[in-house]
Design a binder for this molecule. Structure first.
Ligand code: FAD
Length: 288
């Protein structure tokens, strides 16, 4: 492992400034993935910037108009146990419950999980289905981007020099809504072969007024099945709608074959699991 220097900033501004001035510096969140990369010599940063020393980067808050705010430094365990998340966005707790083991959930952060841009990670499909946005903070500037625009390729994202993922915003859902996250893995809570998240919301007449579907593990980035909104919103959902979205999800998927599963199998499972996830959300939202 190459020698590196270690920095503990006291504020977001100080961290951004430092990162801006040191091109080869890396942000240290929970360190769960970063340390693996370091130990294997896959990255050789000049500095590690430990953002855990910055106050206020871990917070879970709810506002009736703005929705849910989750700090970039909240651990997976925080998401799993938060009463606010269980009440307003339980699909995020469901996704957190399927991540690895308790030690990883205690250390890993949601900001690190998203920023690492692993295509099979569990939070991104759920955040896509929830129409979440990310707050990216750099010296003197903040930009809010829809989560689906954040990922660019395997382990690549749009974070620029000096930028930190400081916050995740999830807009409020309609009162009658529900979500489901289904993870297909070989051993329970190991890396997803396919992950499908769906969120559906209804008005009091049972007409769909919100729909989101996110996929993980089936392309170089997590995917947003945008057709779900066009197909479902304004409709009383039927089997035909669900089938149409599952076919669209399958057509979008462009998986690779690796030791975990073949591309063909993943593609088949996208269809099966999208149907199950949508049916699950439908049943929960309509109290069936
Ligand atoms: C054995 C093992 C099993 C795992 N299983 C799963 C699983 O089943 N499902 C799953 O979803 N994940 C899994 N993970 C990943 C894990 O859950 C963490 O989400 C992930 O490691 C990153 O979180 P972290 O806070 O530890 O980030 P770090 O390891 O500290 O950082 C990861 C990357 O993100 C950058 N980064 C971190 N925080 C920020 C930030 N706030 N702003 C900008 N950049 C940032 C770092 O510079 C680095 O490039 C697993 C990891 C391991 C090692």
């Amino acid at each position: 492992m190459r020698y590196f220097e270690y920095f503990e900033p006291k504020s977001v501004g100080e961290a951004c400034q430092f990162l801006n001035e040191h091109e080869e510096a890396k942000i240290l969140g929970g360190g769960v993935s970063l340390v693996v990369l370091l130990k294997n010599g896959l990255i050789t940063p000049s500095h590690l910037v430990n953002i855990k020393t910055i106050p206020g980067l871990a917070r879970i808050e709810w506002d009736d108009r703005e929705g849910l705010t989750i700090g970039g430094l909240n651990h997976h365990r925080d998401i799993l146990l938060s009463p606010l998340i269980q009440r307003h966005c339980p699909i995020l707790a469901e996704a957190a419950s399927k991540i690895a083991t308790p030690p990883i959930r205690n250390l890993g952060t949601i900001g690190g999980n998203v920023a690492h841009a692993e295509p099979s990670a569990d939070f991104p499909p759920a955040l896509i289905a929830l129409n979440a946005s990310l707050m990216l903070t750099s010296p003197g500037r903040e930009r809010k981007v829809p989560i689906e625009e954040f990922f660019t390729d395997y382990y690549e994202n749009i974070l620029g020099q000096g930028e930190i993922l400081t916050r995740i915003d999830v807009p409020p859902l309609p009162p009658r809504s529900a979500g489901t996250y289904i993870k297909l893995d070989k051993i329970t809570n190991s890396i997803a072969i396919v992950g499908v998240a769906s969120v559906i919301g209804f008005d009091e007449k049972g007409i769909c007024i919100y729909a989101g579907v996110g996929l993980g593990g089936v392309a170089s980035t997590p995917l947003n099945v945008k057709g779900a909104k066009d197909i479902l919103v304004g409709e009383k959902i039927t089997e035909t709608h669900i089938d149409k979205i599952a076919k669209e999800a399958q057509a979008m998927a462009n998986p690779i074959t690796n030791v975990h599963a073949s591309a063909e199998y993943r593609k088949e499972m996208v269809y099966v699991l999208t149907r199950r996830a949508l049916q699950g959300s439908l049943d929960k939202a309509l109290g069936r």
